[in-house]
Design a protein. Structure first.
Length: 367
């Protein structure tokens, strides 16, 4: 039986704090049987849009993030709201759940009849501009983990990292430290996909802080540039040229004229030459879980307008093309390559399905 799902866009507010709403477009695709069914689907609408999205009071100074989902029934009521992961700030979890459950909607319609829809996953992040420090417990365990890492006891360091992840109420600063540790372990275990994922999570929080003009950084500027350089290298090694170009732009903004940026520019130029001379550039993709036990997602920016997916090991549910001009659900499975519409730019492809699914994304010459 089909299940309709919906998504919303992201927003950031207010000046002293940052609240990020990001609806998981990857997993919020409309799994409909045909183009005709898609045309008949009308998503739900909030009855009181002026109320805005669930939020915390502007004076709340504890950092928090969580992932949740819910359903909107045929009467427009929210049901089955559930938090799937968080940093363990219980009062935030309860506040957000209460606000989600209080929302009222005009129900979704398909074929002229109201239908229940699934919403999410929703990513909620609240960060605060204040001096950065580690809690005593986190700092002690963190130092122990690095001592084991430097002694080549990576299993021991990993065990402590898992405990750090389970500490309730860890701050975004501690989350960044944890992600850098996890990335270092992934590097030692020769897992570039996991290393890239951890480093991108650390950069995500600093980027959000930069977007809100925070004075207090999560990552010291020199280290931040080196992290970006490592991300850029990993992206080039995986043939993710457009993603690498975006990372290089960040590096230039932070360290124009530096030796680090100069190295990255040279690497990027060589990779670009090789990319242009290769008619079929394949990127290895793997769907990673949005939350423990949840469905998987993966995305990459595009450098070419003709793409396909092959060598699927697992289950892909949907492929979404997201560009500056709009989003388009791609017909899947497809025996023919997909073509980006003429005039569309700044595109990325988002793949959703069963966590752990592996595949090859091909960017083909000819467009």
């Amino acid at each position: 039986m089909m299940q309709d799902t919906v998504s919303q866009t992201s927003a950031i507010r207010p000046p002293a704090f940052a609240l990020q709403w990001q609806w998981g477009i990857l997993l919020c695709v409309l799994f409909l049987a045909s183009t005709r069914a898609f045309a008949q689907f009308v998503p739900p609408e909030p009855l009181n849009p002026a109320a805005g999205n669930p939020s915390l009071d502007a004076g709340y100074d504890i950092e928090a993030w969580l992932v949740y989902t819910y359903e909107i029934d045929t009467s427009g009521n929210v049901v089955n709201a559930e938090i799937h992961s968080s940093n363990g700030v219980l009062e935030v979890e309860q506040s957000i759940l209460n606000q989600v459950e209080a929302q009222q909607f005009r129900p979704a319609m398909r074929g002229g009849k109201p239908v229940k829809v699934f919403v999410g996953p929703v990513f909620y992040t609240w960060i605060v501009d204040k001096p950065r420090s580690l809690s005593p417990d986190f700092d002690r365990m963190y130092q122990e983990a690095w001592a084991l890492f430097n002694a080549d006891d990576y299993d021991g360091a990993f065990e402590i990292a898992a405990k750090l992840k389970g500490l309730p109420g860890r701050s975004a600063y501690e989350e960044v430290k944890l992600q850098v540790l996890a990335a270092s372990l992934s590097s030692r275990w020769d897992d570039p996909a996991a290393e890239l994922q951890h480093l991108e999570r650390a950069v995500e929080l600093q980027t959000l802080a930069d977007g809100n003009r925070f004075r207090n950084r999560y990552i010291e500027q020199g280290q931040y540039l080196l992290i970006l350089e490592r991300i850029h290298t990993l992206q080039l090694e995986r043939s993710m040229l457009a993603d690498a170009a975006s990372t290089l732009d960040k590096m230039i903004a932070y360290g124009a004229g530096s030796e680090v940026v100069s190295r990255a520019k040279d690497k990027h130029l060589n990779a670009d030459r090789q990319f242009r001379s290769t008619p079929d550039v394949a990127i290895a993709g793997e769907l990673t879980p949005i939350y423990r036990g949840g469905p998987g997602a993966w995305e990459t920016r595009l450098s070419r307008g003709l793409i396909s997916v092959s060598s699927i090991r697992g289950k892909v549910d949907g492929v979404l093309l997201a560009c500056a001009q709009g989003d388009m659900q791609l017909r899947f499975p497809s025996t023919d390559p997909w073509r980006v519409p003429a005039g569309w730019s700044q595109c990325k492809v988002e793949v959703s399905g069963r966590s752990g699914t592996r595949f090859q994304l091909h960017q083909l010459a000819g467009s």
